[in-house]
Design a binder for this molecule. Structure first.
Ligand SMILES: [Zn+2]
Ligand SMILES: [Zn+2]
Length: 297
């Protein structure tokens, strides 16, 4: 039976409303997958800005097997939130830096405060720093590539001075980023967060001994190239992260992300690498604890 145009239109409207509703809804809990560590999340951006809210996010994560998280700073305000979360809850650890888009804010005051922060034992990495060539020109407040490169060099040196891993953000800047690391000399431990490169970049990073951390993007329908990269990373150089509240894994793309969603991405990696999911979780958790030097929990 054919629909009248009016009915068809009404149905489209209600479909649209349903889609909108779904976008705001958090994904359902995954089946628990014990032993995981969320290698990169943003607790404050997920609503974790007081001890109770942080505990609620981490309780939820723990209920599905995500026992520890590394919460990452974007700007100085966010760095203070990350420090607070890491002191409020022993399941949270912090990484602090100025995100490349905020690189122009790296003045003497910010440098002094970051240096003080990274000395704290609850801070397990310097990050996220690196290069972001997507935002310049699209956002007025975004630092330009020159400012980003200068701040990146300063963070590389900081990571080397404190002997903590360097956590890298790279968006559309593969070549310049690898060149700067070569010129400056990479710290002992380098984590490519939310790895997004192709097979060649993955090979180059693996050869340099870097750790590749995969986010929900590896589960996206159009991510065959990224999955090919995830396949070739050696067992001891791979991590899994949410980058929450962004990059929610398939089939919940676009809905709000949190650390409890990590098992979806860990399972996607197990499928790509054709290993048992429990074994995959064991490998991913052990790597995070080794790289960030986390206590066993
Ligand atoms: Zn990032
Ligand atoms: Zn991030």
């Amino acid at each position: 039976m054919s629909q009248t145009p009016a009915n068809a239109e009404a149905e489209t409207e209600s479909n649209k409303a349903a889609r909108k509703r779904r976008r705001r809804e958090p994904p359902p809990d995954p089946t628990p997958l014990p032993g995981l560590v969320d290698a990169h999340t943003h607790l404050a951006a997920c609503g974790g800005r007081d001890p109770a809210a942080v505990a609620a996010i981490l309780d939820h994560a723990e209920s599905v097997g995500v026992h520890q998280v590394v919460t990452v700073a974007d700007d100085m305000v966010d760095a203070r939130w990350a420090m607070d979360a890491a002191h409020w809850d022993d399941r949270a650890f912090a990484a602090v830096a100025l995100h490349p888009t905020h690189a122009a804010e790296l003045d003497d005051g910010a440098k002094a405060e970051l240096e003080q922060m990274v000395a704290d034992p609850r801070v397990v990495a310097v990050g996220e720093t690196g290069l972001d060539y997507y935002w310049p020109g699209k956002s007025d407040s975004c630092a330009n590539p020159m400012e980003q490169a200068e701040a990146f060099r300063w963070h590389i040196d900081l990571a080397k001075r404190v002997g903590k891993p360097l956590m890298i953000h790279n968006r559309e800047a593969d070549r310049d980023l690898l060149d700067i690391l070569t010129a400056e000399g990479a710290p002992e431990s380098v984590i490519m967060h939310c790895f997004s490169g192709d097979l060649n970049v993955a090979r180059e990073c693996v050869d340099r001994g870097f750790i590749l951390s995969f986010a929900g993007t590896v589960s996206f329908a159009n991510a065959d190239e990224l999955r090919a990269a995830a396949e070739i990373v050696p067992d001891d150089q791979i991590l899994v992260e949410t980058d929450a509240p962004f990059l929610t894994p398939h089939p919940y793309r676009g809905q709000p992300n949190q650390s409890y969603c990590l098992p979806y991405t860990a399972r996607a990696l197990a499928r790509v690498r054709d290993v048992d999911e429990v074994e995959m979780a064991r490998i991913l958790g052990a790597n995070a604890r080794r790289v960030y030097r986390l206590p066993l929990q």
